[in-house]
Write a protein that binds this ligand. Sequence first.
Ligand code: HEC
Ligand code: HEC
Length: 329
Amino acid sequence: MTTTPAFILKPSRPVAARTVLRLGSLALALAGAGALTSIAMAAETPSAPPKSEINASVGTGAKFVPPPESSIPNDEFGKMVKLGRDIMLDTPKYAKAYVGNTLSCVNCHTDAGRMAGSAPLWAAYVSYPAYRGKNKKVNTYEERLQGCFMYSQNGKAPPLGSETLVALQSYSYWLSKGLPVDEKVAGRGYPNLPDPAQTPDYVRGQKVFEAKCAICHAADGQGQYVNGETVFPPLWGPKSFNWGAGMGSYKNAAKFIYANMPYGMSYSLTPQEAWDVAYFMDAQERPQDPRWTGTVAGTRAKFHDSKFSLYGTKMNGKLLGDIGAPKPR
Ligand code: HEC
Ligand code: HEC
């Protein structure tokens, strides 16, 4: 079977030309993988709105629409905005020095950081400076960007004022044109997800993964690559986000997954399935937390004192995070 699922070819809102190109290569890879239609059909419910209109923004109440890419000015500032967009779309290429995995920002901030309900950059931009419990201080927007490099990208922080951060900041500023400064903007972060009826469970999560995720992210969760380019990003293992990342909280992951995954089929999982599969994903090994204190127990006590982090817990007889010091970067 080689039919390309329609949801891949028809993005639900006007998206940038480059995004369409990316989606095109995803479609090719999917056609190769085949068999996606069965997942698509499983998600069909008689009274649901057309699938093409279901994306992460549904239910967030977001009204803001960032400007079209065609309106990026043709000047020095516009060049910086475009570089920021390029970094979002292909982080290992355009921010190579600061990246230690094969993920790109867009893998978790979909549609080049435009999509409401997928932690869009425009909502973030108008929300800083802000206090963060993670590093116990007021963070500027640049400092918040540094965090995603250290943890989500398993890399290192680009220096303040570096071209990489200036570009991402310029892009975010440009995206948020017309939006009032207010951290309560609709569409920020991920939509709320009801608490699970049953305690999240590894075995149930594994079943969801096998039925609804493995086709793209591969049976071993390591993603899929075409000519060295990430087509489907890895969910765990050495090329994924590290133990310090926001996605390593299975609550965050469940919210992201519920609104954004399977790709193109937002809100098709039940909340329970989203919790279970997030738990399963975050119960796998991944690169060490760069804040490593020298022991798993010490690192857990200091940075993972939350029921939503499985770091330092026993899972199927193995101590998660027991992989030694972080690799030098
Ligand atoms: C593995 C997934 C992942 C990757 C890759 C990733 N992020 Fe994030 N990012 C997150 C999560 C999770 C959050 C927290 C969202 C929340 O708390 O609602 C976040 C938060 C943010 C925020 C703050 C959002 C807000 O509303 O406060 C910004 C800005 C951001 N990321 C930018 C980036 C940039 C730029 C890159 C690429 C260099 C990147 N991220 C890569 C997962 C990721
Ligand atoms: C149709 C293919 C497809 C399916 C099925 C799918 N994903 Fe994804 N997933 C993607 C793509 C593509 C991205 C990156 C999105 C982008 O770059 O715009 C992604 C990104 C992600 C990310 C953030 C990046 C990372 O690697 O950590 C997570 C987490 C994730 N998917 C989890 C899941 C889970 C859990 C399921 C099953 C419920 C699932 N996905 C099903 C294609 C898919």
